[in-house]
Design a protein around this ligand. Structure first.
Ligand SMILES: NCCCCCC(=O)NO
Ligand SMILES: [Zn+2]
Length: 343
């Protein structure tokens, strides 16, 4: 299987993440991507290719032009205001307030985000664009005949809405790849999000559409991020009614239970008969993940890959979460190797 990787991921190098009232070293750190890349090479998974450059148009098929423009300029705006630290949103339109775009950079950060853990600094926009190009290059390979391709995306994307960043995400790489399939004539596309956290951005982007089926297995939002979306009664709206499926699990869920949800998801996908499949691959479902609470083992990712291959679909994997950096390479590449038949 080919892997797409961009060294420009390292332009995303923030030093802070707001967590527990402290500014900590971000969980979403550059070594995540480097560790996965090392494992890809160690296992001779396949060729490693740089991304092609697609420009902003495919990104704007999913994200609003004003949001893209904001991400491009927000760091410079922040610096121009003389702010001493990294750009962190700290104010939002609460209940009864107005969702209008202010002029001030603090207001603009809040308008275009939904959470405060995701700092911005120089290079964030460049890295986010490169990550989208990684996903688009994997999609192009699959559209050109590869059975599957691994988009080693960093920063991740599945929390990003059309005009919101958060959860370490800026551009929704999985949604951008899915929309590219649709724009190239693939009539139906399924996105399966197996990250520990709900793919709230992906759900929101396609929520009223029936041409892209969105499914997410994740930790109970009553207990974990993103807290305010991802419940099982969210099934889509308007034309999209019935084309969103959330499968929620409690703390300490092992693969033996989690895989029942995977089976439900796979059956729904088979019913939908998509022409292509995008897997939003987070491995923060791992038993040792520092910010999550499922109990999947490294071998379970081999089994997961095997099951996904049985869907028989052209498949793009977009890398999402996973924060046990020692294990992330084995866990992510195990999915690809399982997909290719390794037991
Ligand atoms: N406290 C912030 C948690 C952000 C979760 C990021 C993630 O892994 N999403 O998949
Ligand atoms: Zn996650």
């Amino acid at each position: 299987m080919k892997t797409i990787f961009s060294p420009l991921h390292s332009r995303r190098h923030v030093k802070t993440e707001l967590d527990g009232g402290l500014l900590i070293e971000p969980h979403e750190k550059p070594s995540r991507a480097e560790t996965i890349l090392a494992r890809v090479k160690d296992q001779a998974l396949g060729e490693v290719l740089p991304p092609e450059e697609f420009g902003l148009e495919p990104i704007k098929r999913v994200h609003t032009a004003d949001y893209v423009a904001f991400l491009e300029t927000c760091w410079d705006e922040w610096v121009a205001e003389g702010k001493p630290g990294e750009a962190i949103p700290a104010v939002w339109a609460g209940r009864g307030m107005r969702h209008r775009l202010p002029k001030d950079i603090d207001g603009r950060l809040g308008y275009y985000s939904f959470a405060a853990e995701t700092s911005i600094s120089d290079g964030t926009f460049e890295a986010a664009c490169a990550s989208a190009n990684v996903a688009l290059t994997a999609q192009r390979l699959v559209a050109n005949g590869e059975r599957a391709a691994f988009a080693l995306c960093r920063p991740p994307g599945h929390h990003a809405h059309a005009d919101l960043f958060g959860g370490y995400c800026f551009f929704n790489n999985a949604a951008i790849a899915a929309q590219a399939f649709r724009d190239q004539g693939y009539g139906r596309v399924a996105i399966l999000d197996v990250d520990f956290h709900h793919g709230n951005g992906t759900q929101a982007i396609f929520y009223n559409r029936n041409d892209v089926l969105t499914i997410s297995l994740h930790g109970d939002p009553d207990l974990v991020f993103p807290h305010f979306l991802g419940f099982e009664d969210e099934t889509g709206e308007a034309d999209g009614e019935g084309y969103n499926l959330n499968i929620v699990y409690p703390p300490n869920t092992p693969y033996s239970i989690w895989s029942q949800g995977l089976e439900t998801a796979c059956q729904r996908i088979a019913e939908f008969k998509p022409d292509a499949l995008v897997i939003a691959l987070g491995v923060d479902t791992f038993e040792e993940d520092p910010i999550s609470f499922f109990k999947l083992t490294s071998d379970d990712y081999l089994t997961l890959g095997q099951r996904l291959e049985q869907l028989g679909l052209p498949t793009v994997f977009t890398m999402e979460g996973g924060y046990d950096v020692d294990a992330i390479g084995v866990n992510a590449v195990n999915v690809m190797q399982g997909f290719e038949g390794k037991t």
